[in-house]
Write a protein that binds this ligand. Sequence first.
Ligand code: PLP
Length: 461
Amino acid sequence: MKPMNLSNSRISERTIMYKWSPFSRSEVLERAGVLPIVRGEGARVFDVDGRSYLDCHAGLWLVNAGYGRDEIAAAIAKQAHELAWFSSFEGYTNLPSTDLAERLVELMRPEGMAKIFFSSGGSDAAETALKMARMYWKLQGQGQRYKIIARERAYHGVSFGAMSATGMPANRNAYEPLVPGFRHAIAPDRYRHPALNESEAAAFFAADIERVILSEGPASVAAVIAEPIQGAGGVIIPPDGYLQRLQDICQNYGILLILDEVITGFGRTGEWFGARHWALQPDMITMAKGLTSGYLPLGATAVSQRVFDVFRQHEAKGGAFRHGNTYSGHPIACAAALANIDIIERENLVGNASQVGAHLLRALKPLEEHPMVGEVSGLGLIGRVQLTSDKTSRAALPAPLAIGDRIAAEMRRRGVIMRQLPYDILSFSPPLCLTMAEADEIAAVFGQAIDQVYGEIRKEL
Ligand code: PLP
């Protein structure tokens, strides 16, 4: 028998009473409750009352290897017994962080990465990259190159630098003044520019990056930071050609290119890194999430030899990159990452993401016939269903009806966890071990939920 205080509703009450939940509104939690998840297996999680859910979002886009991996748990326990922590600062290291750095450099040979700087998560990884970018130019006597160009709807994290790069006003406005020197170009969302074909769209969006660079003055720009696929801003899969053009523009003006692969890394898109789809060789790559599949917090910033060499010369003259977190290179987190990468490799989860992702996309595509669905798109196991109140004008849904929330709630009632993003978008990003049958289940439940909600609200549209 389960103890009385172990029920969904009791945990929900205690959560609301004591815990300040991130990115949440108490009013909503009090009305709808908080769902306590206690166990996971593969792509499924279980609540306190014993109900199972297919987690179509891998938590927050991160449990790439899936839940309940004994191998990762054993690697964590072994490392905790041997050595819970030791410094990576000032002449020390620990074995897992050195092993992981080597493994990541090997893994990112095609992207041309040469050195790994560890941190504690995605925001820290972005912060590290942004500080490296500014210092890189200062060290070369070009301190006037301090500006960072990001895109609208980008999400790079919550710390001040990462937040200043983020292109979602709702995540920034309350914390102004922000870090000076950040500018935003338009997001490469083709759905918002229906008149353009793929190559026109690639040229148009890349031209907007160049427009911002030129209006700021290229000699004042340190770096462009970009997610290969913008995640939290609405799973924006850029048109083919756009990211190559972006890289060419950066090279043309001598500007550093930082790719934020916090979501797109470690197989999510059906390649090890998003960069590989477009054969990109950026100057830096930030990563977190799928690096450990969430088994422990870990971030990393990978840099090219070109970037590192500038710092190396500075160090030869007695300088240093004076930056690092206590937990940079945490041995237990690095041991978890190594076990996680072993699983992704051995089970070919990158290939699975590509195949099952294509199957899921095919299964969801017929939803585009639905009056309330504007577009279904995806790459590997990340994608979105774009809702609209008018398929021709692509108008937004009436906000007070909270239709996306209702569809997500209806799906959860039917055992599938989906995520509602701004701009009337429902996103999916399940564990990479998802099976074909589970993909079919997601598509079937999506269809049922949208029909159900449409039936309830169609007169109000
Ligand atoms: N970059 C991207 C693309 C992200 O999606 C996120 C988090 O969702 C971050 C950075 C920030 O990572 P963290 O929440 O680990 O600080």
